[in-house]
Design a protein around this ligand. Structure first.
Ligand code: SF4
Length: 311
């Protein structure tokens, strides 16, 4: 067996920042510490923090008045910030700056009188947060069929935005359909799919043709992890999305298979390494690391935390 380790894989700058923020906040304020939604969409990480006394809530009213709440990497709607203020909460904003950028684009387009088509997945935390910036001006579409079903007047002043963790190929199809139906539509210079999502997909697209099976470390509710598994499947290989090595099944592999291993932007490297070690021990796998693109991105801690850490 041969293992090809895809690079880049795993943690992105936004996830690194959000996790470090939560660790720092725990050190400063102790438990219980409240986080609005999962800090990142990864089960092992959420379980680890829960064991340390972090309470993940889906409603701000669950945070005791005067308590500390951290907003997850996926961002929040302005209404949530207002609720926190009303309840006199200390809020720490660990929203990824690339999500904040989409929020600012939404605000700008809405202010200029555009109707905004957001391309994204219904119910995803990031989409809920972005829609909350201009609820009266935004409509959500997931795919080409949704674009076909749009009933906006043909001369609508129209703009589009995208969720940061979409499939690059699928987003292109939806944007093209939108441009065919509403040629006047404007958008950001590039779509809003973030560098980490694009690079991880590029690595899978490049390397998957060389392998027999693809293993993606990540959680099912992680949009970018799920997109990696879908992309691998489209290259006609079986692809498995798992959180940890205990979910591996021997029958997925042949003894001389080449296995591509990658990880979504919220999946910890320790779970990649555990899978590598298992396949080495079980099938005598050799490992080759392949770099498709270099990444050198990092984001600072939220300002509220930087001030506290410094003082
Ligand atoms: S996947 Fe992209 S948008 Fe999401 S946290 Fe990471 S860098 Fe930010």
């Amino acid at each position: 067996m041969k293992i090809i380790l895809a690079n880049p894989r795993g943690f992105c700058a936004g996830v690194n920042m959000a996790i470090e923020s939560l660790e720092k906040a725990l050190g400063l304020f102790g438990a219980p510490l409240y986080v609005y939604h999962e800090i990142v969409h990864n089960r092992p990480i959420v379980e680890r923090f829960r064991a340390l006394g972090v309470v993940f809530v889906d409603d701000i009213s669950e945070v005791p008045t005067g308590g500390t709440v951290l907003y997850s990497a996926h961002g929040v709607a302005p209404a949530i910030r207002e609720q926190s203020k009303t309840r006199n909460l200390r809020a720490i904003d660990a929203t990824c700056p690339l999500v904040t950028k989409v929020h600012m684009e939404a605000v700008k387009f809405a202010r200029e009188g555009y109707t905004i088509v957001l391309i994204g997945h219904e119910g995803h935390d990031e989409v809920i947060g972005t829609m909350g910036e201009a609820p009266a001006n935004m409509v959500l579409v997931e795919d080409e069929a949704d674009v076909a079903a749009l009933t906006l007047p043909p001369d609508t002043r129209l703009a589009f935005l995208t969720q940061t963790t979409l499939s690059v190929d699928e987003a292109r199809v939806v944007i093209d359909a939108l441009k065919r139906k509403y040629p006047q539509v404007v958008g950001p210079n590039k779509d809003d799919i973030c560098y980490a999502t694009q690079n991880r997909q590029e690595a899978v697209r490049t390397l998957a043709p060389e392998v027999d099976v693809v293993l993606v470390l990540g959680s099912r509710n992680s949009s970018n992890s799920a997109r990696l598994a879908e992309l691998a499947t489209q290259t006609a290989h079986p692809a498995y999305l798992i959180d940890r090595v205990s979910e591996l099944k021997d029958e997925w592999f042949g003894p001389t298979d080449t296995v591509l291993i990658t990880a979504g932007a919220s999946a910890p490297e320790e779970h990649v390494q555990a899978c590598v070690e298992y396949l080495q021990a079980r099938f005598g796998a050799e490992v080759e690391s392949r770099v498709v693109r270099e990444e050198h991105v990092s984001f600072p801690l939220p300002r509220e935390l930087r001030v506290l850490v410094t003082s």
